[in-house]
Design a protein around this ligand. Structure first.
Ligand SMILES: [Zn+2]
Length: 125
């Protein structure tokens, strides 16, 4: 990880403190995805395996190899300091919420920066 990327991960999204504040120079980058299981696809695969004498591996090769889940959100990534990362109480949905808010704030900052840049370029021309 290079400097710019490390800067993007400098703050823990759970406690809001800089990573390493606790004295441990380690942190976590957590990627969160939420999926819904497609029961109809699982049943089709299960029936095919049953039809093939219970050979799940054969059914995997012979079947349509379709998705067994639907993603329910865009994946999010968040930085978690060592202290928060080793705590006992973690609500994954809450972490996803933090990451979504952080991403939206980052995108907003980038957009306002682009607007400011565009403005100054227009003014300079
Ligand atoms: Zn933290």
């Amino acid at each position: 990880m290079r400097e710019l990327e490390l800067r993007e991960h400098a703050t823990c999204l759970v406690c809001g403190k800089r990573i390493g504040t606790s004295g441990l120079q380690m942190f976590w980058i957590v990627r969160i995805e939420r999926h819904g299981v497609k029961l109809d696809a699982i049943q089709r695969q299960d029936h095919l395996a049953g039809f093939l004498g219970g050979h799940a591996g054969l059914a995997r090769v012979m079947g349509p190899d379709e998705d067994m889940t639907n993603p329910l959100m865009d994946p999010v990534e968040l930085t978690v300091c060592e202290t928060c990362g080793t705590g006992r109480q973690v609500c994954v949905a809450e972490l996803a919420e933090y990451a979504t808010f952080a991403r939206e704030a980052r995108e907003k900052a980038i957009q306002s920066g682009e607007k400011a840049e565009g403005k100054s370029e227009a003014e300079g021309a």
